[in-house]
Design a protein around this ligand. Structure first.
Ligand SMILES: *Cc1c(COP(=O)(O)O)cnc(C)c1O
Length: 429
């Protein structure tokens, strides 16, 4: 039996292994050679075939040609230089392609950078942690995404940051302190969809040297341009409309260039990063984002207008409906509306008795043909969930009726309306 070659296969060897009929089969190789072969084979392909989509880089290790290059890369990656990585937690070609896309599209022509986080909530917490210190004061809207409120009153409070929750539309200036460091915005608000006067708040913040951050989940960059409004940072739960397919979790912070080093330092110290497969899925979702968003908008408006006519519904909380209280701000600032809104059940529709009431809500939401019961949103599939905001409002405790939140997916709106009609009928019975 011939002694198999023990050289480490390079490009030419890899080609030979693939083409030569006399190549020994793996089982005939000596064990020490097999170990080298399995770690080396097929690694010399290179990016020689052009495809419409980038390849997925699955990586932990980043390789260098020299020690000097490794050292420079380490230093430059720590500083957050563009397209530099020393280790895949700092980025790969796949994650950097997504970072570029975010900076370009969400940045909307402003000089911005983007960092990726493993979820939308991680983007919120990392952005806040990056810029707050003990003794600082934070302003958050009362209708902020629930887990962001929990982070502020939990971990941020434990680290000596005080948060004041403000009502959307109420004057901000009286709430400002010398220690106010960040005004956090979310427009429209979670579950109740109040639109904030973001440009006015950003102008006030800037005149006082206060940073502004906005959660731009609902509109996505397709319908809103937060950097035109003057925000310093935008938080994107990519899990929602950027993905669009309910199959991946990710978030991003898009931030003005000048603030990038502070954010990036926190990202690196906290170890925030994402994998190539997930980044690739978000890039794929992005390709159809514009047409998906337009369809979500059309369908949601059709369902919302139908709901507004139902006797069981006292009002529909959708910023694009003219009767919505902050509709004028939506009309001034947004380019469209997405597929997420709520409706309020009319007084008297639900029983006072909590057991009977729970059965009625189950009758409305369960057994729908086209609406799943679930908390996320922004995907292709419709969802229904009763809002539980009792503990989530402190500036002004919720005094309205029971809210039902809908995520209008890409099904035919007529089918969705028939499905909801059946649910509303069961509610009555
Ligand atoms: C879902 C959501 C988030 C968080 O995104 P995840 O990726 O689910 O962590 C943040 N803000 C708003 C407004 C959301 O609806």
């Amino acid at each position: 039996m011939p002694e198999p070659s023990t050289d480490i296969p390079g490009q030419s060897d890899a080609a030979r292994v693939g083409s030569s009929p006399s190549t020994p089969s793996p089982s005939s190789l000596a064990p020490h050679t097999l170990a080298t072969r399995v770690t080396s084979a097929g690694r010399a392909f290179g990016d020689v075939i052009q495809t419409a989509n980038l390849p997925v880089h699955r990586a932990s290790t980043v390789l260098f040609d020299s020690l000097a290059q490794a050292e420079v890369a380490g230093r430059d990656a720590t500083a957050g230089l563009h397209h530099v990585s020393s280790y895949a937690t700092a980025g790969t070609a796949t994650t950097m392609a997504l970072m570029d896309a975010l900076a370009e599209i969400e940045g909307g022509g402003h000089a911005c950078r983007a960092a990726l986080m493993p979820s939308g909530l991680a983007a919120i917490t990392t952005a806040l942690f990056a810029f707050l210190k003990p003794g600082d004061h934070l302003l958050m809207p009362d209708a902020v995404y629930g887990p962001a409120r929990v982070f502020a009153t939990g971990m941020l409070a434990r680290y000596g940051v005080e948060t004041t929750f403000y009502e959307a539309g109420a004057p901000i200036e009286p709430l400002l302190r010398d220690t106010t460091r960040i005004i956090y915005l979310e427009s429209p608000g979670s579950y109740t969809f109040e639109i904030q006067d973001v440009p006015a708040i950003c102008a006030l913040a800037r005149s006082r040297g206060i940073m502004t951050m906005i959660d731009n989940a609902w509109a996505s960059p397709i319908f809103a341009r937060p950097f035109d409004w003057g925000v310093d940072a935008s938080i994107l739960p990519l899990t929602k409309y950027w993905s669009g397919h309910s199959d991946v979790l990710m978030g991003a912070v898009v931030i003005r260039d000048a603030l990038w080093p502070t954010l990036w330092t926190a990202v690196r110290q906290l170890g925030m990063c994402v994998g190539g497969d997930d980044a690739w899925l978000i890039l794929r979702g992005l390709r159809t984002a514009e047409v998906r968003m337009r369809q979500h908008e059309r369908s949601a408006l059709q369902v919302a207008r139908w709901l507004a006519q139902r006797p069981q519904v006292s009002r529909v909380l959708h910023p694009a409906l003219p009767e919505f209280p902050s509709h004028a701000l939506w009309k001034r600032d947004f380019n469209g509306s997405s597929g997420l809104f709520s409706f309020e059940l009319a007084p008297g529709v639900l029983a006072d008795d909590p057991v009977r009431r729970a059965a009625q809500l189950a009758a409305l939401c369960e057994g729908r043909r086209h609406f799943g019961i679930g908390y996320s949103w922004g995907g292709f599939e419709s969802l229904i969930v009763p809002a539980k905001i009792g503990t989530l409002r402190t500036a002004r405790p919720w005094s309205g009726g029971q809210l039902i939140r809908l995520n209008i997916g890409l099904e035919s709106p007529q089918d969705l309306i028939e499905d909801l009609a059946q649910g509303l009928d069961r509610l009555r019975g």
